[in-house]
Ligand binder design. Sequence first.
Ligand code: FEO
Length: 192
Amino acid sequence: MMHTSFSVHPFEERLEEAFLRQTSDISLMISPLMVDELNKQANAEIYSSCLYLAISDYFESVNLKGFAKWMKAQAREELAHADRFYEHIIDRMGRAKVLAVEQPPFEWSSPADAIRAAFDHEVKVTGLINGLVNLALSEKDNTAFNFLQWFVAEQVEEEKQVDEILQRLKIGGGQGAGLLLMDSELAQRKVS
Ligand code: FEO
């Protein structure tokens, strides 16, 4: 009998993969708990984006265009962070889920108050990332652990950047010529 070589069409492979994803937990490469927690973190990143957009709008309202532009760039980075979490879930055959996002605050009492809100939020996000790392360790999920290391390093940078602005505001840049100088410096940041 003649041997017939048979190759599975990529579309059929994808159908089979989708079927397995829906019908059997055994096919999942990532635990349901980890999927839930990563989806929650994506939501936290989207909230970060909304918060920073709200802070950017506050700076627009007090005519600090450089601060506004800098915060808008932060807001866009946060959306990219959320997408990283969704992509990780999808790559591992989990189901990404977009959750409702809480409304951020609207007003701050001063530029320093607004930047402090951003700093405090970054500290909170660092705690969330560390919680995910601990979950990855407890689940022996080396892939998630490895994925999360990018965020561990990123949080150091994020806290440092915002803290530098806050410290400069505290030591005299919070008003007058110092504030305007900072504003023109922050305006140099590119918004992609
Ligand atoms: Fe995505 Fe600024 O933490």
